[in-house]
Design a protein around this ligand. Structure first.
Ligand SMILES: Nc1ncnc2c1ncn2[C@@H]1O[C@H](COP(=O)(O)OP(=O)(O)OP(=O)(O)O)[C@@H](O)[C@H]1O
Ligand SMILES: [Mg+2]
Length: 558
């Protein structure tokens, strides 16, 4: 029953509170006890004071008041300490969860990013982690507090008068039952809302990233309509949830009324029949609303906490994604390359049917420049991705220095390689920072030297802030050739023995092309290079040329 209402996410979310979980729970339990003791104390004061009035006993009145005031002062004095204890650990756990999220994000394999839309990941990162943080920040407390209050108040009621107490407790339990009936439907609709939010984020990100395509193809109407459709769905689910919550509130309101009229009536008959003192009746009536509040809070929050649990489920789903596999425990080390061999490689992208490599073979000696050519979509870039171990072939072996690459750690392997992708990525930041990613501890002089070799120095100097020029996201303010040269400078700076180059297919003007070509020649000097070539001039620079044909590489005679 409990797992049906809360799912196993709650348990996992609680595990994240370790190792300070006891502080967190002490904070919650103590704040709950303190606030309940105030309610109980008030009812006790009501009892003592009203009985003192009836029996005209000023000493009893004073004693009752004094006890009540002392209780209030003590409780109010220690409350902030426990509230701080709980809040601090709630915040720390929230931050820990977000850190875990990012740690996982950065270690996910390339195939995860290929298979998931950025919008879905961003939505999990924002909406879902925020929903999940709600568990630590408030929801858990809002469930535990009423639970503790309910127990303390119920016991107090039984002490005041066990018969009336039992009756009142049973009435109140009806609340919990009715409210828990709403838990599952609210959870279901909350699942849909978060999924809709993720879809909406994906669409919105497409608007931003694809804005030029949208303009050129005049897709604005169509795109907006699609967004509106997603939004309509989201709105209808939001309304459904509001309706459910509204019905729940109405039901509770009704029960509340029935309850208070019920107790007054019962109290009246009890007083007449059992001669119950007026103080006890008033105390019971005053504390009864405390029980109702507590149970109401409990039953109202069970459905509401579902929203957070759905967020938690999506966050855990993300955290459960396996990280990029790193191979050996006793990894081989190497900093040089003597040979590279691809042996009978068969590879199909996960979830695809069409194989890209079908018994592919390639053998390269150190220092060779190998050009790969072939039609678009034939699998040239894929070969580089296999060498980088972004993907693993289904069969066959990749050997570096005669060792399967699975005998090297990913770090060793990637330290060996400088890779210039087909569409180089520039991070938001300055040009200097972007080049420095090739070697994080490089000096400014080393960066200028790399940029000069990459034929990028000249244009960088002409920019308003030179090397400190801020480039916006994806380097939108730079031309294609300029971006490529920055990526080349980054690769030169890395100074790795194996170079994997994926020439951009987009055409550059002759001048840019000339500079990029020069930069590439610099980069290839003295290094083992595999270059996916789209330009004739690159092919001329290569020692051997291979053509990708039906998933195999054929050497081109020259
Ligand atoms: N992440 C992926 N998931 C599934 N299929 C993919 C993925 N990346 C590429 N493919 C498919 O694999 C095949 C080879 O793609 P690849 O990018 O290696 O081609 P290419 O030879 O580099 O083409 P181009 O010259 O246009 O760059 C294509 O059919 C492509 O659709
Ligand atoms: Mg390609």
């Amino acid at each position: 029953m409990l797992t049906k209402i809360f799912g196993k996410e709650l348990y996992r979310a609680l595990l994240l509170l370790k190792p300070k979980h006891w502080r967190y729970f002490t904070g919650i339990v103590m704040t709950a006890v303190i606030s309940t003791m105030l309610t109980v104390g008030r009812s006790y004061a009501v009892k003592v004071i009203s009985n003192a009035i009836v029996s005209q006993d000023p000493a009893g009145f004073q004693r009752g008041m004094l006890q009540f005031i002392v209780l209030v002062l003590v409780m109010v004095g220690v409350f902030p300490f426990f509230a701080w204890m709980y809040n601090k650990n709630a915040k720390l756990t929230g931050a820990k969860m977000v850190t875990l999220f990012f740690e996982n994000l950065i270690h996910l394999p390339v195939k995860y990013f290929d298979a998931h839309h950025t919008g879905d990941i961003v939505s999990r990162m924002n909406n879902d982690t925020m929903a999940m943080e709600g568990i630590y920040g408030g929801y858990l407390r809002r469930m535990i507090t009423p639970f503790i209050s309910a127990i303390i108040i119920a016991v107090t009621m039984l002490i005041y008068h066990w018969k009336i107490g039992t009756l009142l407790i049973l009435l109140n339990l009806l609340y919990v039952f009715l409210n828990s009936c709403y838990a599952v439907p609210i959870r279901t609709v909350s699942e849909k809302i978060l999924a809709d939010m993720s879809k909406a984020t994906q669409k919105a990100l497409d608007f931003i990233a694809g804005n030029t395509t949208i303009k050129v193809f005049q897709l604005d109407r169509m795109m907006l309509e699609r967004y509106a459709a997603t939004n309509r769905e989201l709105t209808s689910h939001l309304i459904k949830r509001l309706t459910l919550e509204g019905c729940l509130e109405g039901t509770n309101y009704l029960l509340n009324m029935v309850n208070s009229i019920g107790i007054t009536t019962v109290g009246f008959f009890m007083a007449i029949r059992y001669g119950l003192d007026i103080g006890s009746i008033l105390a019971l009536m005053s504390i009864q609303s405390g029980l109702t509040q507590a149970l109401l809070g409990l039953s109202k929050n069970i459905p509401i906490v579902q929203e957070s649990l759905v967020g938690a489920r999506r966050v855990f789903e993300f955290l459960d994604e396996p990280a990029e596999p790193d191979y050996p425990t006793k990894a081989r080390e190497t900093k040089t390359i003597t040979s590279i061999e691809l042996k009978d490689i068969h590879f199909t992208y996960p979830g695809e049917e069409e194989p890209v490599c079908q018994g592919l073979n390639l053998k390269i000696r150190a220092g060779e420049i190998i050009a790969l050519i072939g039609p678009s979509g034939s699998g040239k870039s894929t070969i580089l991705k296999l060498l980088l171990s972004f993907y693993q072939p289904q069969s066959g072996q990749i050997l570096i220095n005669g060792e399967p690459i699975t005998n090297y750690s990913l770090k060793t392997l990637r330290d060996l390689i400088a890779y210039v992708p087909q569409e180089p990525f520039l991070f938001q930041g300055t040009i200097e920072e972007n080049i420095r990613y090739g070697k994080p501890d490089a000096t400014h002089e080393e960066i200028v030297r790399a940029a000069t070799l990459a034929y990028a120095h000249e244009f960088i100097e002409q920019l308003p802030d030179g090397y400190q020029t801020d480039i916006s996201e994806r380097g939108a303010s730079l031309s294609g050739g300029q971006k490529q040269r920055i990526a080349i400078a980054r690769a030169i700076l890395k100074d790795a023995p194996l170079l994997l180059l994926d020439e951009a297919t987009s055409a550059l003007d002759t001048r840019s092309e000339y500079y990029v070509q020069k930069a590439l020649q610099q980069l290839m000097k003295g290094r083992t290079t595999i270059i996916v070539a789209h330009r004739l001039s690159t092919i001329r620079d290569a020692h051997r040329v291979f053509r990708m044909e039906r998933g195999r590489l054929m050497e081109v005679a020259r």
